[in-house]
Ligand binder design. Structure first.
Ligand code: PLV
Length: 328
């Protein structure tokens, strides 16, 4: 259900980062984000096992992927979203044929409702779908790394940067690296302050902790705690770096992507680009002993449906990011 997404060089963003960056453009996915890789895989397997209906809790993008997958498979989808998900997303989900339930002020509350709905259904017919916490999702998201192997023709990236909400994308990329023999490629887990559940886990010495609230504008990163599986990777001594950027930096990266690559993304996605710009060179230099690396850093431009010109302008106003650039 997903496409092999393009890998674009970015001279402009590489200049900002002072190191070569390549962008894995999952904005090109039919559901609007990388999610269709894992959610398409999970829904296909669940359908083969007899599922008739999917019930997915989501900030919006996982729901869009499940709605897309269900429509493709000719099955029902119920998407449970919190009140923070914009109204136009409800319409978009309904247009794809999904039933939408709005419940709770954060994703975690919507998730509890999704689990209740499944518990009330005949066993085996309704499949609960997490936005991030399922091995089938990670297996699906791992296709990103297989594509990179093909696209890079044998070059190993200096690092791979991914946004982290609950950690599904991170776990998929980590699994993919394992699968292709890239265990030594550092993975940078990017988040915004106020949605930094991965960072909180790392700061707590590899113990998953629960944030009190999501205060960042990057609502799609808004899981109060990451999957326990993320802690396992960190505690295994893998080369994993937590990078927490400000909302302003994430929004600035959204402006930069619009300016230089003509794509609109959510701050949840801007966070990964911002992390690559802010800390990419430092991370790579630290590993290369200060010598300039030749291998590029790959940033997964994970996409997101809740982006529009007017929202971008609102985020710029709210964070003090700048719309001006050298292309006017
Ligand atoms: N968003 C989830 C969780 O929301 C969702 O339900 O759609 N980038 C974008 C654009 C996303 O939408 C998400 C997840 C992520 C990154 C992070 O992915 P994860 O959860 O697999 O780490 C509350």
């Amino acid at each position: 259900m997903h496409v092999h997404s393009p890998l674009h060089a970015s001279p402009a963003l590489s200049a900002l980062a002072s190191t070569p960056l390549l962008l894995k453009m999952d904005t090109a996915q039919p559901s609007g984000s990388f999610k269709i890789r894992g959610h398409g895989h999970l829904c296909s397997i669940a359908a083969q096992r007899g599922a008739k209906r999917f019930v997915c809790s989501s900030g919006g993008n996982a729901g869009a992927a499940v709605a897309h997958a269900a429509a493709t498979l000719g099955l029902r989808a119920t998407i449970v979203i919190p009140t923070t998900t914009p109204a136009f997303m409800i319409r978009r989900l309904r247009d794809t044929g999904a039933e939408v339930v709005v419940h709770g002020d954060v994703w975690d509350e919507a998730d509890a409702r999704a689990r209740e709905i499944v518990a009330g259904e005949a066993a085996g017919e309704a499949r609960y779908v997490s936005p991030f916490d399922d091995p089938l999702l990670w297996a699906g998201h791992a296709s990103i790394v297989r594509e990179l192997v093909e696209d890079l023709g044998g070059v190993k990236p200096a690092a791979i940067v991914v946004s982290v909400g609950g950690g599904g994308l991170f776990l998929g990329v980590a699994a993919g690296c394992e699968e292709v023999g890239w265990q030594d490629v550092p993975i940078v887990a990017a988040e915004t302050t106020g949605a930094d559940s991965f960072g909180a886990m790392v700061r707590a010495g590899g113990r998953v902790v629960q944030l009190d609230a999501i205060s960042s504008i990057a609502k799609s990163l808004g899981a109060l705690a990451v999957s326990e599986k993320c802690a396992e990777w960190v505690n295994d001594g893998r080369d994993i770096v937590s990078s927490v950027v400000t909302d302003r930096e994430a929004v600035q990266a959204c402006v930069d992507l619009a300016t230089y690559h003509r794509v609109l993304v959510e701050p949840a996605c801007g966070a990964a680009v911002a992390a690559a710009i802010q800390s990419g060179k430092g991370i790579v230099d630290a590993r290369a002993g200060g010598t300039l690396p030749e291998a590029p850093i790959v940033v997964v431009v994970c996409g997101g449906n809740m982006a529009s010109p007017s929202l971008l302008s609102k985020w710029v106003d709210a964070t003090g990011a700048s719309l001006s650039n050298d292309i006017s």
